[in-house]
Design a protein around this ligand. Structure first.
Ligand SMILES: Nc1ncnc2c1ncn2[C@@H]1O[C@H](COP(=O)(O)OP(=O)(O)OP(=O)(O)O)[C@@H](O)[C@H]1O
Ligand SMILES: [Mg+2]
Length: 418
């Protein structure tokens, strides 16, 4: 810019030739004027361009400043010390709180003035400063990470028709679990409470988990499913809290069905002289008992559990008013074995001369899961021999393989259920 101005000035200062006539001089002046106007025009244009450039640079500057600010605040966030998670035990009158940190000990601490008093309740989870342990914020409790993921959202792909035999069990299960949810008025009319908890028990591989999955597939109620051992947590009180939250979630999502698989992992008999770990499992069990007492049987939360060690379960779990409907899932009889074999071979390319009755006789004492293994094994034999379909001798070989394996270990499992 400055250069351009200097250049113009120099041109203006150019010595005017002295020896010009008047005409020439006026022509010279006009000429000069034109030149200068052109020059002026050019300078204006350049000025416009430079102003635009300046504006762009300014906006760029703003943008970079903003970016700098976000990066700085991100850096701050990354550098801040972590907060400790604790649980409120008691709200004291002087405005202080008794909290238990997740590692165990309890503290009396102050709290931030931005926390609403209504949010402070015993049992609420809070975040605390690491040094002073002052409560900084209240954590949302409605869905803790503990029980997240227990809700079955996609329906499981097992239907009642996939289960061989067990007709009586299916009927009983539907009466005890589905009916109170779908037609509660039947129970009100007769004046009885439907069974609170239904227990499926029986030897391994007989279809207990499968029955529960079929219930979840059939019903439109929310299905909450977890395995008993998930309730065993590292820290004291966590298991009990998980049980409490599970029931709360079930109530919020009602109508709902809670299914606890392998209940024996927390429901084993309590005994004296247990280790600290055992005592924690017992506390979880007691919370479960308390929750079962707490919910209204005509309400729309049903409880379903499965175990294969009914004999070791705590008697308190099994008394009337808790798990009071027992459904024994028995190993399949001859007829059921025929059905189960048909179910597991229905997608297979079978040769026409397969006689299921004969196969069922050969597999006396085999469980549902054993029969499934036989079907898969027979398919493997057919593949190995590059056949187009599964023939009788493949099935017989598979039975020999699976049942033979079982025989060597059967003495162990027989003892378990004796
Ligand atoms: N009655 C049945 N009809 C069809 N398939 C069955 C039946 N029983 C068992 N099966 C087969 O065996 C598999 C295992 O069954 P499931 O998981 O229900 O056993 P479980 O009774 O829960 O055993 P566990 O007590 O060891 O948990 C199923 O996936 C299924 O393929
Ligand atoms: Mg199971």
């Amino acid at each position: 810019m400055v250069e351009i101005l200097e250049d113009t000035e120099r041109r203006l200062m150019v010595n005017i030739p002295q020896d010009l006539s008047n005409d020439d001089f006026s022509r010279y002046l006009i000429d000069r004027m034109h030149q200068l106007e052109e020059r002026n025009h050019l300078i204006r244009e350049q000025n416009h361009k430079i102003v635009a450039e300046k504006r762009y640079a300014e906006s760029q500057k703003l943008k970079f400043e903003r970016e700098l600010r976000t990066i700085k605040s991100e850096l701050e966030k990354l550098k801040t010390t972590p907060l400790i998670v604790g649980t409120i035990v008691e709200v004291l009158e002087n405005g202080k709180l008794v909290v238990r940190s997740s590692t165990g000990p309890q503290f009396v601490v102050g709290l931030s003035q931005f926390i609403k008093e209504s949010e402070l309740e015993p049992g609420t989870q809070v975040a605390m400063n690491q040094q002073t342990l002052a409560v900084i914020s209240v954590l949302p409790t409605s869905r803790s990470h503990l029980v997240r993921g227990v809700e079955v959202i996609e329906s499981l792909d097992v239907e009642y028709s996939d289960i061989g035999g067990l007709e009586d069990q299916i009927r009983e299960l539907r009466e005890a679990v589905e009916l109170p949810l779908t037609r509660p008025e039947l129970f009100t009319r007769i004046g009885i409470d439907p069974p609170k908890g239904v227990m499926l028990y029986g030897p391994p591989g007989t279809g207990k988990t499968m029955l529960a999955k079929a219930v979840s597939h059939q019903t439109s109620a929310t299905f909450l499913r977890l395995v008993g051992s998930e309730l065993v947590q590292k820290y004291i009180g966590e298991g009990a809290r998980m049980v409490r939250e599970l029931f709360k979630l079930a109530k919020d999502k009602a109508p709902s069905i809670i299914f606890i698989d392998e209940l024996d992992s927390i429901g084993a008999k309590r005994y004296d002289g247990a280790t600290a770990g055992d005592r924690e499992v017992q506390r979880t069990l007691m919370q479960l008992l308390a929750e079962m007492d707490g919910f209204n049987p005509r309400g729309d939360v049903r409880l379903l559990a499965a175990t294969n060690r009914l004999d070791i379960l705590d008697p308190a779990l099994l008394r009337p008013g808790r798990f009071d409907r027992f459904i024994e899932v028995t190993p399949p009889n001859n007829e059921a074995r025929v059905q189960i074999l048909k179910i597991h071979t229905r997608n297979m390319n079978l040769s026409k001369d397969v006689d299921f009755n004969y196969l069922a006789k050969l597999t006396e004492g085999t469980s549902g899961s054993g029969l499934k293994a036989i079907a898969t094994e027979a398919g493997m034999f057919a593949i190995r021999n590059e056949k187009d379909c599964v023939e009788v001798d493949d099935l017989i070989n598979a039975i020999k393989k699976v049942v033979g394996e079982k025989d060597s270990s059967s003495s162990v499992s027989e003892n378990m259920f004796a």
